[in-house]
Every structure is written in C-alpha cells, then in structure tokens.
Write a protein that binds this ligand. Structure first.
Ligand code: ATP
Ligand code: LTN
Length: 326
C-alpha cells in the first residue's frame, strides 16, 4: 500500500475552503492509502504566536480533524511537536540543504515581506517540512500547488542525502489532491476564502453558528444579470455558490444550475446544505471539546504510532551521516 503524508498548520480558524478543499480529501485518502496526517505546530512557531493561543488552536484543529472523520484508529494523526524525531531530523536536513536553495523559496519571500519579525526558522522552514515527509518513507504528498516548491526541495534533499551517505530515504512525489472544491470568498468571489485575509463576511468557519452562516450566504455577492449558470469567469459569485452546493451534496455544479431560476433559492439551498454538512462535525467537535482527556489519549496514540516509524528512519539517517550510536 502506498503511504501518503500531509500536514496542516494550527493558525487561524478552519474555514469551509480548508474543509472542502483539503480535509474531505484527507478523510477519503485514509481508506485508500496508509495515511499519516500531522498538525504542524512547530511550523506555526515560525511566526511569533501567543502561547495560550497556540495551545488552543493546536488542540482545536486536532479535534476538528477527528470531528471531520479523520479516524485516529485508521490512520496516523498526531501533533508534530509530540514526535521529537521531527525536530531532530530537521537539523540533518538543514545541514543537507543549501542557503541558495532555501533562498529561492517563494513562500519565504512572501511571508518575510509581510511580517515584521523574520525568524531564522521561517527561512529554514522547508528543512523541517522535509523531515516531516521523509521520516515516514512517504510515497506521495497531497498538497496544493502553493506547496509544490516545498515538496521539490524535499526531493532534492532526499536525493542529496542518499547520494552522499547511502540510500536512507524514499524520494517522495507531489500529488495535487483529486479536485477538491476551490472555495471563494463570499464577498469577493475573485479571491479564495482564506484565513489570513480579513474578510469576516466572506468567510464561513467550520465552527460558525448556523444563523450566522445563513446570513452570510444570503448576503453573498452575486451579479445583476439574474441568470443561474455555472461560469467561473463571467459569474464568479454564482459559480462559487454552485460549487459549494455541489461539494456539500456530492453533485455537479453545472447540472445543479439547471434547478434554479433565481439567486434567492440557490443561496438558501447552499446555506442549508452547508449547515447539514457541518451539523455532525460540530456535534462531534462539541463532544471532543467536552472531554479533552479523550483527545489527549487519541493524540498520544497517534504520536506513539508515528514514533514507531519515525524513530527507525531517524536512527538510519543518524548512523549513515556518521553520528555515534548510543
Ligand atoms: P492562508 O490564507 O493563510 O494561506 P489558508 O486558509 O489558505 O491559509 P492553509 O493553511 O494554507 O489555509 O491551507 C490548508 C489547506 O486548505 C491546504 O490544503 C489548502 O490548499 C486548503 N485551502 C485553503 N483555502 C482554500 C480554499 N479557499 N479553497 C479550497 N481549499 C483551500
Ligand atoms: N507547509 C505546509 C504545511 C506542512 C506540510 C508538511 C504539508 C508542513 N509540513 C508536510 C505537507 C507535508 C503548509 O503551509 N500548508
């Protein structure tokens, strides 16, 4: 069976785009591959975080992943910092990647231009990501196109390490996850729904209350020609509603358009479908939130399973690079 690895940062609230674009795929993959999913709290630290906030968002994101159906008994779900092998292998990765390679990362250029404090770790971030991936002999890394460069650098690091020190790592491949919905901002449908852009009226959070979700869909920006048609370029707002409705109900956006002659019913049906999708997720989340000990148990289970694999790979890398065994 092939092994997949993916990670998500505990920064900001999880929104409908994260759910329909990424997590629905994770849920499916756990049935088809040996899946390892990681809440990358160490990566979140590359930009300064309030400690209480980091603790809360790490726990909350872990509970949300479980609530979405990512099953800690079926796959490996864990928090990065609870598996110390990640930080340990990251050092060996830093020693294997060049300054020039790291300097070419567009994610670094982008984030360093938008933030005041630029940590050293923001620059070496891809070395930690390479460690995440390589520790598990990963075959495939399903992540969005924005992460392609980070998977490429991981491949380069693995190949260099293997050629310098002997075969140690599986060289992973990037896969664009099977067409997840791309969810656009409800107020600005030319821009993707995002947690770092401040657009409260355009963003629907997975934990949002239902009355507020209805209101946001009712006020979603459409256009003035009044025709319900799936055409992403000419009718971004209406098409976004149709894709959300399709993703939430398992239908096809263009086919769904035929069932509507007005925007009002499309908006209320989309809101209703999203609410039905979120209802069981919120209910399961509430149960987990009420019982943090159970979440800790599940995360420990995940970390233990992860360490079984990670410790073997780390030891192999340490030996091959010339560190003394103990
Ligand atoms: P930021 O806005 O800070 O980039 P984000 O909300 O885009 O954050 P990420 O943490 O970058 O979220 O991404 C987590 C996952 O969610 C990724 O796999 C990404 O492709 C997916 N994702 C994020 N936003 C959307 C969206 N609007 N539609 C579909 N998928 C999305
Ligand atoms: N950099 C990624 C998160 C991430 C990741 C990983 C994804 C950290 N380690 C390993 C895939 C594999 C992001 O910002 N989305």
């Amino acid at each position: 069976m092939t092994r997949v690895f993916s990670g998500i940062q505990p920064s900001g609230d999880l929104h409908l785009g994260n759910l329909l674009g990424a997590l629905v795929n994770w849920e499916r993959m756990q049935h088809e591959h040996e899946s390892v999913f990681c809440v990358v709290d160490l990566h979140a630290l590359t930009l300064p975080k309030d400690p209480a906030t980091l603790r809360r968002t790490t726990l909350q994101l872990s509970q949300l992943l479980i609530a979405v159906g990512i099953d800690p008994e079926r796959c490996v779900l864990f928090v990065q910092s609870q598996v110390p092998e990640h930080a340990q292998l990251a050092w060996l990765m830093e020693c294997t990647v060049s300054f020039g390679e790291l300097s070419r990362m567009t994610a670094f250029k982008d984030k360093s231009s938008r933030n005041e404090f630029i940590s050293g770790a923001l620059f070496t971030y891809p070395a930690l990501q390479a460690a995440d991936i390589l520790l598990y002999d990963t075959d495939f890394v399903p992540v969005g196109d924005d992460q392609r460069q980070h998977v490429e650098i991981t491949r380069d690091i693995a190949e260099r390490f293997n050629s310098r020190y002997g075969t140690t790592f599986v060289v992973p491949a990037h896969v664009i996850p099977p067409a997840g919905a791309r969810v656009m901002d409800l107020q600005n449908p030319d821009r993707k729904m995002s947690k770092s852009e401040v657009s409260p009226a355009g963003t629907v959070n997975v934990l949002e209350d239902f009355a507020s979700i209805e209101k946001k869909f009712k006020r979603a920006v459409t256009d003035s020609d009044g025709e319900v048609r799936y055409d992403v370029d000419a009718k971004a707002g209406v098409s976004n509603l149709l894709s959300i409705l399709a993703a939430a109900t398992g239908g096809d956006p263009a086919a769904l358009a035929g069932g509507y002659t007005q925007y009002g019913p499309l908006k209320s049906d989309t809101a209703a479908a999203v609410i039905e999708l979120l209802r069981p997720i919120q209910a399961r989340f509430a149960e987990l939130e009420a019982d943090p000990a159970e979440t800790s148990r599940l995360l420990r289970l995940g970390a233990d399973k992860a360490r079984e694999v990670a410790s073997v790979t780390l030891r192999r890398a340490q030996e091959n690079i010339g560190l003394l065994a103990y």
